[in-house]
Design a protein around this ligand. Structure first.
Ligand code: NAI
Ligand code: MG
Length: 776
């Protein structure tokens, strides 16, 4: 900021048209006044006050009226709040996309820049600050603020929160919604910038605004209203009402249509605003007064420290809520510092804000009198006046840059906000002492440290009870950085993302999920009914989620289990057919025995196919569970599906049924014969029958009358794998090989779940889960 100030000074080349120090206003300001709106801005239009009243706008340089604006009171506030309500409840602004709002706010920032010249002149005319400061600070910082919040408009998103509890599965999401109609009341020290701090976050979040500028400085707020129309902000979204505190300001605070109050100004009025908010339970943010300590350490460059502390206090004529108004200087450098600080202040150029000066007039007569009153009290209380102490000149509201040394903590000027060009220097000896004294004040807005000692800086910056700490700098204001007070300096934060929290409210929306439904996975119920279902799952290819892997594993396991049951049944049939054939041979019924053997052969082939398929499935399961590789899963499902289809083709269900029927018939027939014979075969008969049966079997195989397709048992197709997957696959292969060694007996169990999974839920848990999934 100091370098800004220096480059600002370099910018001053004596504006053309400037003749004498005491001319009324600059040529450019006079020119700008010709297009200056003078009416209230309500519902997108400039209108007179309902009462028809107007009030004077004074030029603080001369104390003379240079303009008149309409004066709002309760009737106008009512009209403006109703317009804002309509704009919020039915209008476009809160309903348009954040992107669209951002676009308009970007345009507004550009318009402020395009009109920077006249805005700067009007600002200096209205407030009295040097026009160079308006040009390098107030106006560009205001444009920057709108640009910063334009960027936020489409980024106000909430969160998604899963909720599993005793009542079931839900999820909730949050919406950051605008509050509604916001009432904003701002001061006169940075007329356009304070407006920007309040309006930009409110509009970005989709609120509508009724704003009252300070009665001392209403002009640029009305020019801003013009730019809002030009930028395309819908009517009623922003309403600007010049007027006085107790009337227009009070009416905004008390209006039932206002959903939130935001205020910058004195702590005294801040308390009234908070009380008004309390009556209707509307949220209030306050940015109030300060008495900020600026602590100068012992081992510093004294000249630089003098310059920095001078800027910290005298910037904007001391009319800054954050002014470094208690300059604590270490005893080791105190005398040198005090002498140099007085010299620097005495050199400060005071005069016409449209000329080459550092300091213009204070904003009004009230402020002038208040400051002179504090100077008087300070002298009576024993502070040592080093320079200044009087009104500067006899016209307008100028005050001499004033420096007091030997100020002590209990003095009024060390306790209360002066808001003028009066520096108070206090001596300190130890770090602990200065921290305690710096914090011994009702305010906590800002603070500063000038030091080369990192430990001192760290200790002090964490110990100060203040919303801002400037280290080896002061009065730096960045749109993205929050600003606000501890203690009686306020509530909440302006600027940065933090400001948005005060212009949005959070809504939580709960949504129920279907009972027992895995998180976010749609239920593909047909998958579990038939092999064709696997085809459906496969048709989702190629992107399968990890949840799909788990589900597919369960499906495969379930199918394997069903096929195992079938395998067990077939094995029973095989054994029985042989017994039947044997009995038939013994009874001389070779034709029938041959039939039984054929059935048996069919069943054996069938059993062999089942064994092959089961082994395949087991390998696949192991592979999938080890690697969780989506591509392999896909390949495995494809393979499994094909195998099942093959089985169905080779052994249509009717044929299986017919075989079963034949088998049952044969058994019944054999039983019948046995009953007729009255006894079963004796050992010799058994032996003879066995030999005959073997002969018969040989004969049947030679005839090769049964041409069955080969059993499936294809290996899995190769899939490119990562190193990790390859390791896992190798492990899986080894296990699969072990499995293959096992006899393929009925009831072979499917591959065990991975150790981790087994540990997690145990076999019972797994079966339950499977049952739940599969039964659907
Ligand atoms: P103030 O607090 O009276 O005025 C600030 C704003 O509040 C103006 O717009 C004013 O019209 C409005 N206001 C005043 N009374 C109101 C009421 N009853 N209801 C609603 N709104 C009301 O400040 P003022 O009188 O201009 O200055 C007095 C002192 O306040 C200054 O000397 C300074 O110490 C402090 N101040 C602090 C500021 C800051 O940035 N924190 C800015 C301006 C003043
Ligand atoms: Mg006041």
């Amino acid at each position: 900021m100091q370098s800004l100030r220096r480059s600002g000074a370099a910018l001053l080349r004596g504006p053309s048209g400037l003749t004498s120090f005491w001319r009324a206003i600059s040529t450019q300001a006079a020119e700008a006044l010709k297009t200056q709106p003078s009416q209230l801005f309500i519902d997108g239009k400039f209108v007179d006050a309902a009462s028809g009243k107007k009030f004077d706008v004074l030029d603080p340089t001369t104390g003379e009226a240079v303009f008149q604006v309409a004066e709002a009171d309760a009737a106008d506030v009512d009209k403006a709040v109703k317009a804002a309500r309509r704009a919020f409840d039915q209008g476009e602004w809160p309903r348009m996309s954040g992107k669209q709002r951002g676009k308009i706010l970007y345009r507004l920032a550009e318009l402020i820049e395009q009109h920077a010249e006249e805005l700067a002149h009007i600002e200096s005319l209205d407030n009295g600050k040097p026009v160079v400061m308006s040009k390098i600070a107030d106006i560009p910082l205001s444009a920057d603020h709108f640009r910063y919040f334009a960027g936020w408009a489409d980024k106000l998103t909430g969160k998604t929160i899963p909720c599993d509890n005793v009542f079931g599965k839900f999820f909730a999401y949050t919406l950051h919604e605008p509050l509604g109609v916001v009432g904003q009341i701002i001061p006169w020290n940075f007329p356009l910038l304070m407006l920007a701090w309040k309006v930009a976050p409110a509009l970005a979040a989709g609120n509508c605004v009724v704003l009252k500028p300070a009665e001392q400085t209403p002009l640029n707020a009305l020019r801003f209203a013009q730019l809002c129309n030009e930028a395309g902000i819908p009517p009623g979204t922003i309403n600007i009402l010049p007027g006085f505190g107790p009337t227009a300001g009070g009416a905004i605070c008390d209006h039932p249509g206002v959903d939130k109050l935001a205020f910058t100004g004195s702590t005294e009025i801040g308390k009234l605003i908070m009380a008004a908010g309390a009556k209707r339970v509307v949220p209030v943010t306050l940015e109030l007064g300060g008495k900020s300590p600026l602590i100068v350490d012992k081992n510093v460059d004294v000249d630089k420290a003098v310059e920095d502390t001078h800027f910290a206090l005298f910037f904007n004529h001391g009319q800054c809520c954050a002014a470094g108004s208690r300059t604590f200087v270490h005893a080791d450098i105190y005398d040198e510092f005090v002498e140099k600080a007085a010299k620097r202040a005495a050199k400060r150029k005071v005069g016409d804000p449209f000329s080459d000066v550092e300091q213009g007039p204070q904003v009004d007569e009230d402020q002038l009198k208040k400051i002179l009153g504090y100077i008087d009290v300070a002298q009576r209380e024993g502070a040592r006046l080093l320079t200044g102490g009087k009104q500067h000149g006899s016209k307008g509201y100028f005050v001499e840059p004033t420096v007091f040394a030997d100020v002590t903590d209990e003095m009024t000027i060390a306790q209360e906000e002066i808001f003028g060009p009066v520096q108070s220097i206090l001596k300190y000896h130890t770090t602990e002492e200065v921290i305690e004294r710096a914090n011994a004040n009702c305010y906590g807005l800002a603070s500063g440290i000038i030091s080369n000692d990192i430990n001192f800086i760290n200790t002090v910056s964490r110990s100060l009870k203040a919303g801002t700490v400037w280290v080896n700098c002061y009065n730096v204001y960045e749109s993205a950085v929050p600003f606000g007070g501890y203690k009686m300096s306020g509530i909440g934060r302006d600027k940065g993302a933090y400001a948005l929290e005060h212009y949005t409210q959070t809504k939580a929306v709960y949504q129920a999920l279907e009972p027992n439904q895995p998180w976010l996975l749609p239920r593909p119920s047909s998958v579990h009914r038939s092999p064709a279902g696997m085809g459906q799952l496969m048709s989702k290819k190629p992107k399968l989620e990890i949840n799909d892997v788990d589900r597919a594993v369960l499906t495969l396991k379930s199918q394997a289990r069903k096929l195992e049951q079938q395998r067990t049944r077939i094995q029973g049939d095989i054994d029985r057919e042989r017994q039947i054939a044997k009995e038939l041979v013994a009874q001389g019924r070779k034709d029938r025995a041959l039939l039984a053997l054929k059935r048996r052969k069919l069943q054996e082939v069938q059993a062999e196919r089942l064994d092959g398929w089961l082994l395949n499935v087991q390998g696949m399961l192991l592979n999938i569970e080890t690697t969780k590789n989506q591509q392999q899963l896909f390949a495995a499902l494809k393979e499994g599906n094909k195998a099942v289809k093959d089985m169905q083709q080779a052994m249509p269900l009717e044929e299986v049924d017919k075989l079963m029927q034949d088998s049952a018939d044969a058994k019944a027939y054999a039983d019948e014969l046995n009953q007729m014979l009255g006894e079963s075969l004796n050992p010799e008969q058994q032996e003879a029958a066995e030999a005959e049966l073997e002969e018969l079997e040989k004969q049947m195989l030679e005839e090769q009358r049964l041409e069955m397709p080969a059993a499936p048992g294809r290996p899995l197709p190769a899939v490119p794998a990562t190193e990790e997957e390859e390791k896992a696959a190798a492990a899986a292969e080894a296990t699969a090989a072990q499995l293959a060694q096992l006899p393929s007996v009925p009831g072979t169990t499917v591959a065990a779940p991975t150790a981790a999974a087994a540990e997690e839920e145990g076999p019972a848990g797994e079966q339950e889960r499977e049952a739940a999934l599969v039964s659907a």
